[in-house]
Ligand binder design. Structure first.
Ligand code: GLN
Length: 461
């Protein structure tokens, strides 16, 4: 990652990123671009360097921001019509921390509206194209951020991951993506999806860059009571001879054979490096998707109830009464997928069905957490694919929500248990599509995962 200094100018770094944005416009990566302000910030940094003043660890490094992070800079749309004109009154803690280290936000990236989705097709602003094959999806929901890094526009980008939204697009575009331990990074100022599993992480080209960005983002924030005290400075487990458990349930039938080949290729590399790899079956994982799509939708329904057309966000016109104002504003402001989740969420929380769905899902979630705890007595790290297939075709799953949800089967279980999980490039298919390997660890073992990843990932430039 190139940082501004006496020989590298921040203005040049920002200028180069802006030209690449122009070059790759067709991919529909950005919802808005921050050109003028980014160039001004860069000029200030160059001036400080020229004056011999101290600058931050990311001085002059341009980055892209998923458009569900609030910032006083520009609009925060969450890729929705509901917030398309929303100028946030606050800046997210994560964004502030990057600003303090001199990083420069050059634009806001596309996502599935309110982060609901696995392809970035549910965006009010249209889909983002995959970095390797323009007929395929970018993955989602943080598709824009993943493609911005994959195409070399920026060296890193921020994303949010509730059930796979960083890992899956990282896998589909061949970059490193981290969903840290729940609570590692403050969620303050990020549009809430499912508050018990929302996490903030990033995309980068290497495990080393990822580690640097996460070391800046992590730490306790009084504005987010679930944020953890900073554990990033703790030393990771020494990386000779880790015990890796290969989750056999996710290497079974139904998983694309080329995906399995890529994972097996990683296995042999790690074995050569002195780690042990053993199969482990976790039958409870087959309930992961059901648990997630009950708990997550319940939390979505609750979080999205604030958009009523009264306080902020889209307001419908030509209204005759209050109910019509609520109904029409929400109907016009949300995408079909948002509405689907609100309806499922309210259903599983409704008095007749609460015990049968929501309560049962929370009990099953506890069993899932216990199962992971048991497995981590025997293994340091778990390994499996990020998704059952490489990037699918644009339009292939849009009218089949269940098929779309199945894409998440491997990424949602660690989210429900608050565990760190990363996606690292594991190879490419014959058709040239990238495949990611997913490493999962016990809480706060994020750096152990990155260390192991660095044995495979591309080396720093
Ligand atoms: N693809 C998952 C979903 O649609 C995860 C989304 C996310 O992590 N924001 O819910």
């Amino acid at each position: 990652m190139k940082v501004a200094n006496k020989t590298t100018k921040a203005v040049d770094l920002v200028q180069a990123a802006l030209s690449k944005i122009e070059e790759y416009k067709y991919y529909n990566i950005f919802i808005s671009i921050n050109a003028d302000s980014a160039l001004q910030q860069a000029a200030k940094i160059d001036q400080r360097i020229a004056n011999g003043e101290k600058v931050g660890k990311l001085a002059g490094v341009p980055y892209a921001l998923k458009d569900n992070f609030l910032s006083r800079e520009g609009k925060t749309t969450a890729a929705s019509r509901m917030l398309k004109d929303f100028a946030a009154p606050i800046t997210a803690t994560a964004v502030k921390k990057l600003e303090e280290e001199g990083a420069i936000m050059i634009g806001r990236t596309n996502l599935d509206a309110f982060a609901h989705g696995s392809s970035t097709e549910n965006s009010y602003f249209g889909p983002t194209l995959n970095s390797q094959d323009q007929t395929r999806v970018a993955g989602g929901s943080s598709g824009g951020s993943a493609v911005a890094v994959a195409l070399g526009i920026v060296p890193f980008a921020l994303g949010s991951d509730t059930g796979g939204s960083i890992r899956q697009p990282a896998s589909y575009n061949g970059v490193v993506g981290i969903k840290p331990t729940f609570g590692t990074v403050s969620r303050y100022g990020v549009v809430a999806m499912a508050s018990s599993t929302d996490t903030i992480g990033c995309f980068a080209n290497t495990a080393t860059d990822t580690d640097l960005v996460m070391s800046i983002l992590s730490g306790q924030d009084p504005k987010d009571p679930t944020s953890l005290s900073n554990f990033w400075q703790n030393k990771p487990k020494p990386d000779q001879s880790l015990r890796i458990g290969l989750i056999s349930d996710f290497m079974a039938e139904g998983v694309d054979p080329e995906v399995k080949d890529c994972i097996n290729h990683c296995v042999s590399k790690w074995q050569k490096n002195g780690h042990t790899v053993e199969n482990i079956s976790m039958p409870i994982l087959k309930y992961g998707l059901a648990i997630y799509y009950i708990v997550q939708t319940a939390e979505v329904a609750s979080n999205l109830s604030r958009y009523d057309g009264v306080r902020y966000g889209h307001r419908a016109q030509d209204i005759t009464n209050l109910n019509e104002l609520y109904g029409k504003s929400r109907d016009e402001g949300f995408m079909t997928e948002n509405n689907r989740r609100i309806m499922i969420g309210n259903f599983v929380l409704s008095s007749g069905f609460f015990d049968a769905y929501y309560l049962k899902a929370q009990k099953a979630r506890t069993l899932l957490i216990n199962a992971y705890n048991d497995v981590f007595k025997k293994f340091d790290v778990l390994l499996c694919p990020v998704a059952p297939s490489p990037a699918f075709k644009i339009g292939e799953n849009v009218n089949d929500p269940l098929a779309m949800y199945l894409e998440d089967a491997m990424s949602v279980p660690p989210s429900m248990a608050g565990l760190p999980a990363i996606s690292i490039p594991a190879g490419t298919t014959k058709a040239g599509l990238t495949v990611g390997a997913q490493l999962i660890g016990a809480r706060q073992s994020d750096r152990t995962l990155l260390n192991l990843a660095s044995e495979l990932a591309k080396e720093p430039n």
